[in-house]
Unconditional design. Sequence first.
Length: 119
Amino acid sequence: MKYFLKKDEVFGVDMKDRRMAYIWLDKFNGAENFSIGTSDIEPGSQTVAHEHSAETEAMFIYKGEGIAIIGDKSYPLAAETMMFCPPGIQHQIQNTGEELLSFIYFYIPGGPEQYLRNL
């Protein structure tokens, strides 16, 4: 088990829509009940609107700015912002700024991040 990870050591995937996603911790490297990853969204791009049936997701935006759409409401996003989505709530992040929008995501329990491994 590794106790420290660098970005070039973790699983990453080019989402082909001007986004990159990385899995830092999951069931394959010691995280049994949660997962953590990062995502980088280029200006003008966005995540796909989605919801999780059983998992809670929290996202900490640490770079850039944009809009979060949670349910049917829009909220501004900026660095140093935490976004929280309980199970069953549709959500999406849009980069409306002029620089990369980067965030850390946490799933409890882990699982939804595994779709990245299947791409």
